[in-house]
Design a protein around this ligand. Structure first.
Ligand SMILES: Nc1ncnc2c1ncn2[C@@H]1O[C@H](COP(=O)(O)OP(=O)(O)OP(=O)(O)O)[C@@H](O)[C@H]1O
Ligand SMILES: [Mg+2]
Length: 267
């Protein structure tokens, strides 16, 4: 396996080993600088359909910058993003969401004083009627939010409870269920369990697994090697603005990943 990619990544159509259609996402040669800081120096990575892809690397390696390019927060300086076979550019986060990429941000954007169902539909309220007669369809929104949570087997209080009464794990589950509920192709999660205890982490990991089982491709940014080994199907390693290695999770170990992250092992 070649691990450093100046050319298209392993599994691209050029290698003949994996078909392009196996990929839900192909990011190629992405560059992004902030003034003199070259956060991404031509990074290439892929995500396969129906898989959990982990993105790991040391602090400052460029993971969040990559995620922000994929979710429309940043515009890359150059490079291409192919989503589900089509080259895409995102003017803003709403454009990324419309094309099927949902992101669960590290600092959750749930509104404490609203209920669970209101958080689900924030900015996407369902209405019936038209013009001045348009009213919010609360009943529909409540039942839809309840169904989405149930589908992900999340044990949370009724959708009418306020978010401020939920635990950290329950909030994270609501945020993931919300991201999963819109027919998205990809859900990106930046450190989804960093702030959680053992039991809550287990619960959120269950939610991430159900999401994958429902056919959504997940990009998981995590500093927790055990979690990466437990959950992911493939791992991409970033170092100093480049994606330097890809491994099948089943064919690597925590030790090898640490060595790839630090550069102790040549990729
Ligand atoms: N908006 C910005 N302005 C200036 N520099 C930035 C900006 N965002 C990121 N950087 C720099 O780009 C580099 C990559 O940062 P990034 O946040 O992508 O790293 P990371 O891999 O997510 O790290 P961590 O594991 O600490 O979250 C760092 O040197 C960082 O200081
Ligand atoms: Mg980061």
């Amino acid at each position: 396996m070649t691990d450093t990619y100046n050319t298209p990544p392993e599994g691209s159509p050029h290698t003949g080993r994996t078909q392009a259609r196996d990929f839900i996402l192909q990011a190629t040669d992405i560059k992004k600088s902030f003034g003199g800081v070259h956060a991404l120096k031509g990074a290439s990575m892929t995500m396969r359909r129906g898989e959990i892809t982990a993105l790991i690397g040391d602090n400052g390696a460029g993971k969040s910058t990559m995620v922000r390019c994929l979710s429309g927060i940043h515009r890359p300086d150059s490079g291409t993003i192919v989503l589900d076979g089509k080259t895409v550019t995102f003017e803003n986060p709403v454009a990324a969401i419309k094309q099927g990429i949902e992101t669960v941000q590290q600092n959750l954007a749930l509104v404490e004083d609203l209920t669970v169902w209101q958080n689900f539909f924030l900015g996407r309220e369902k209405t019936h009627g038209f013009g001045p007669f348009r009213t919010l369809d609360r009943k529909l929104m409540k039942s839809t939010a309840g169904d989405l949570l149930k589908n992900l087997a999340v044990n949370v209080p009724p959708v009418t409870s306020r978010v401020r009464r939920l635990s950290g794990g329950q909030r994270q589950a609501v945020a993931i269920a919300r991201a999963a509920g819109w027919g998205s192709k990809i859900v990106i999660m930046d450190e989804p369990t960093a702030a959680l205890g053992v039991q809550e982490t287990a619960r959120v990991e269950g939610v991430i697994n159900s999401l994958r089982d429902s056919g959504v491709a997940v990009l998981l940014i995590s500093h927790n090697f055990d979690q990466v080994m437990r959950l992911s199907d493939h791992v991409w390693v970033m170092r100093a603005g480049m994606a330097v290695a890809e491994r099948r999770t089943a064919e690597t170990s925590g030790d090898e990943l640490v060595a790839l992250i630090t550069g102790a092992r040549a990729a």
